[in-house]
Design a protein around this ligand. Sequence first.
Ligand SMILES: [Mg+2]
Length: 228
Amino acid sequence: MFGKINSLSDCLVFFDFDNTLTPFDVLDDMVLRFSMDDNWKELEQQWLEGKIGSRECLKGQLERVRISKPALQKYLKKIRISPVFKKIIPLLKKYQAGPVILSDNFYFIIDAILRNNGIKGIEICANDLRFNKDRLTLSFPHTNSSCWKCAHCKTKNLSNARFNSKIKIYIGDGFSDICPAEKADIVFAKGNLLRHFRAKDLPYKRLNDMRQVYTFLKGIDIAESINR
Ligand SMILES: [Mg+2]
């Protein structure tokens, strides 16, 4: 585990989005609600078995979703993100320590949910979508040509040279968080990410509640103001 942190200004904090900042996986829920048929189940199974990557899975599943832009905006209005995240943002901004959202979801969806929750102006790295009447057209600007597993290679963005001098703190829950979290210095994990870190005997902090992340970061902030 990483040693003592003297200042949040030495850190950069990365958050997964679905099921980390939201109470459920928004894309999974969208597919369940708005898919024309049940073909998504076969793709989900193939993805779970590691036979296809998340890009192929997402493309196949969302191809069969039918929803207009206004209908999607209406659906997204109901989604609440962790209120503690709103307290974390100014704390990190004070030290230019992020947050950066790394997600296999889509910019339009994440940005809409954040705005609906009164949050603007934070860095989001995600996939892109456009609307064609009631169909979604997807694009994946953050793929990794040498790895097929994820639609968005979070590791590529985490390893961005401009972040290299920073202590990287990663908060996530899913399969697409495993690779970037293994490259991070401190990890808060739940779900499949936690199970992976536990199985491989890697150091992690268990994430039950976003308040744990806030308390951890606030502790560094307080210690720094005392030592100043
Ligand atoms: Mg997630």
